[in-house]
Design a protein around this ligand. Structure first.
Ligand SMILES: [Zn+2]
Ligand SMILES: [Zn+2]
Length: 358
């Protein structure tokens, strides 16, 4: 056998590791290096942690602690077939101890090393939470209704929509999705929003559920770091008419079913047929009441195109138009709308509950 002499200790050996014998090589070899103490900045409000010079949401506290240790851990570049183990222990909400073990092969020799570190957590407010707490806002949503005040139910729903949309965006990682102030007035609501994106989503959702439309107008509020700073006002307009409203428009008496960009309704003066119009053309309609105001009256007799009913106020027999869809029998009670423009019978679907059982 050929022996080599270690230049460091002078002993014979079979092969050299980095120019010395195995014993001399591993004497000074450090498989892993880990600082004794690590610092972690954590937002006490949203749980984000400060990582690579920015605030991020990285998961549970333990995940964040382990990530901090992993990033601080240094394993020798000659190590191969690495197997790492981490054992975190929570000593207090501010201190974790983490035991790290490393199994590896170095130049063909199996080696193991372990180390322990202490992660000290500093709880503070992240950039976004301090903005939120400081009343920062980038956009303002003003919810109003066209030609009326919004109802309590509409205001409640808008509030819910805004909170839900913001919560969902936040979950998806939009850290500017927050509402700084919610103000509720008789004439509507104001939301002070962390981001224009969230504001747009809130308006979109309100319009899709309650109808209406919105517009945005940016205004220059100042300069920051040489850049112009804009604030955007979203003007959300709930539609003038709500589902169930009874209106008079261009000689017709219409029950509103839906009012977004398009008005969809039933034309009760036309026998209960479907009515549609573009919202921008539907101007100057007069509100007569609500569909719930329909009253029960006696159906005296049925003719081909007309029916005879008792006027619910004067009790006189009057002939009115027979709705297109109509199956009530003479002698039963049906629902009618008494308006300044005449008396109208509701078609089948509107008064099914009022019909006596056969
Ligand atoms: Zn040696
Ligand atoms: Zn935060």
């Amino acid at each position: 056998m050929n022996f080599i002499i270690c230049p460091k200790c002078g002993k014979d050996c079979e092969k050299l590791f980095d120019k010395v014998c195995q014993t001399c090589f591993f004497e000074n070899f450090k498989l892993l290096e880990l600082p004794l103490v690590l610092h972690l900045r954590l937002c006490s409000r949203c749980g984000a942690s400060y990582h690579k010079s920015r605030w991020e949401e990285l998961g549970s506290l333990e995940d964040v602690v382990l990530k901090t240790v992993e990033e601080a851990l240094f394993v020798h570049e000659l190590a191969e077939n690495l197997e790492l183990s981490f054992e975190p222990r929570k000593l207090s909400p501010f201190i974790f101890k983490v035991q790290v073990g490393v199994d590896a092969r170095v130049l063909g020799v199996p080696v193991f090393a372990d180390a322990e570190t202490e992660v000290r957590i500093k709880r503070e407010a992240c950039d976004m939470c301090s903005r939120e707490a400081g009343g920062y806002f980038e956009a303002l949503i003003q919810v109003r209704a066209e030609g009326r005040f919004p109802t309590e139910a509409e205001k409640k729903r808008c509030l819910q929509i805004a909170r839900d949309v913001v919560r969902q965006l936040k979950k998806k990682g939009d850290r500017l999705a927050f509402i700084t102030h919610e103000l509720v007035f008789k004439e509507g609501l104001d939301f002070y929003m962390g981001s224009t994106n969230a504001s747009k989503q809130v308006c979109r959702q309100i319009a899709s559920e309650l109808g209406g439309s919105y517009s945005e107008s940016p205004s220059l509020v100042g300069m920051k770091d040489g850049k112009e700073v804009y604030r955007v006002t979203y003007s959300m307009r709930l539609p003038e008419f709500r589902p169930g409203d009874l209106v008079h428009f261009r000689g017709k008496v219409i029950e509103i079913k839906n009012s977004g960009k398009k008005i969809i309704g039933l034309d009760h003066s036309g026998g209960g047929t479907r009515y549609t119009a573009a919202a921008e053309e539907f101007k100057g309609a007069e509100k007569l009441g609500r569909i719930e105001d329909a009253t029960l009256t006696v159906l005296v007799s049925i003719e081909e195109h007309a029916i005879l009913v008792l006027d619910p106020e004067s009790y006189e027999t009057v002939a009115i138009r027979k709705p297109a869809s109509f199956s009530a029998e003479a002698g039963s009670e049906i629902k009618v709308l008494k308006t300044p423009y005449g008396l109208f019978a509701l078609p089948d679907s509107n008064f099914s509950r009022a019909q006596p059982k056969a």
